[in-house]
Design a protein around this ligand. Structure first.
Ligand SMILES: C[S@@+](CC[C@H](N)C(=O)[O-])C[C@H]1O[C@@H](n2cnc3c(N)ncnc32)[C@H](O)[C@@H]1O
Length: 275
């Protein structure tokens, strides 16, 4: 999707990502996963396709130095607006950068980051290879790459729950769908994305589900207290089989092989889920 298209869906995305229960749950669940893997603040984090800063701002609040890179001036404007209501120290920890993620290294002058995030972006690209390569280039040895992508294994659930039976039948073997922003989105598998990371010396260390209950059920009139409880349930589901496998999107984290480990001799297996 090009820059102009993002300007036309920016408001819908802000609504979906922050105002909605789904958005709040997602930010919470991803933030908790990241805190399990990130080094302590003020480690430098690059958020590629960081949009309006829904993940970047909580990380800056936690003390991390965040570079939010995005190709859309409209989305960066939204991030700037949201940052304006943050305290000065949080604002000062976020740098906004307009660039294509595929050119992130040049745009950041070759800086290597302790973590590179790319959440909810790959699904809008026909081929994720160039962007994944760029993410892996920008991370320092031993650093973290964090990717959130649409789960190709669960595309039949949403049409089935909406009683669109023919669509559901087709979705079992589909690789794309019409996403919530009215844009065609492409799905990935954990295995396929893991393989792509390995090709760039990033060893997958853990994967999680994101959105199980919050995605499938309507939640009108939910209170703030219920959102907190729902987020706690979603976090547990995100870490366990079989729940994580049924989630709408997946969150995969990998670690760049440090110079001591030649590619292909990575010692750490993907973390087993809790039961
Ligand atoms: C759905 S939003 C996700 C925003 C944010 N990562 C989040 O999770 O809240 C997708 C963002 O990716 C950006 N984007 C899409 N393709 C990109 C690319 N090739 N390089 C940089 N940003 C891109 C869009 O401008 C948009 O802000």
């Amino acid at each position: 999707m090009d820059i102009d298209h993002w300007s036309s869906v920016a408001d819908d995305f802000i609504e979906a990502a922050s105002a909605s229960v789904k958005g709040q749950v997602r930010t919470h669940v991803l933030h908790q996963h990241l805190m399990d893997h990130l080094p302590g603040p003020p480690a430098a984090i690059l958020d590629v396709g960081g949009g309006a800063g829904h993940q970047a701002i909580p990380l800056a609040r936690a003390g991390f130095d965040v570079t939010l890179l995005d190709s859309s001036a409209t989305m960066l404007g939204q991030a700037e607006r949201r940052l304006a209501s943050e305290p000065g120290d949080v604002r000062n920890r976020v740098r906004l950068l307009q660039a294509e993620g595929e050119q992130a290294q040049e745009a950041t002058n070759g800086q290597r980051f302790s973590a590179v995030l790319c959440h909810g972006v790959l699904m809008y690209l026909e081929d994720p290879a160039a962007l994944v390569s760029s993410l892996c280039e920008c991370v320092s040895p031993g650093g973290l790459v964090s990717v959130m992508a649409l789960n190709a294994r669960t595309l039949a659930i949403l049409p089935a729950l909406r009683r669109r039976w023919q669509d559901a039948l087709v979705a079992f073997d589909a690789e794309t769908e019409d996403g919530v922003l009215g844009v065609r989105t492409r799905a990935d598998t954990v295995e396929g994305m893991s393989e792509l990371l390995r090709r760039h010396d990033v060893q997958p260390v853990a994967w999680y589900g994101v959105w199980l209950f919050a995605d499938w059920m309507p939640l009108p009139g939910v209170t703030a207290d219920e959102v907190t409880q729902l987020a706690a349930v979603e976090l547990e589901a995100s870490r366990r089989d079989p729940y994580r496998q049924l989630s709408r999107v997946f969150h995969l984290v990998g670690r760049r092989v440090s110079s001591g480990h030649p590619p292909g001799s990575h010692p750490r297996p993907v973390r087993s889920p809790r039961r």
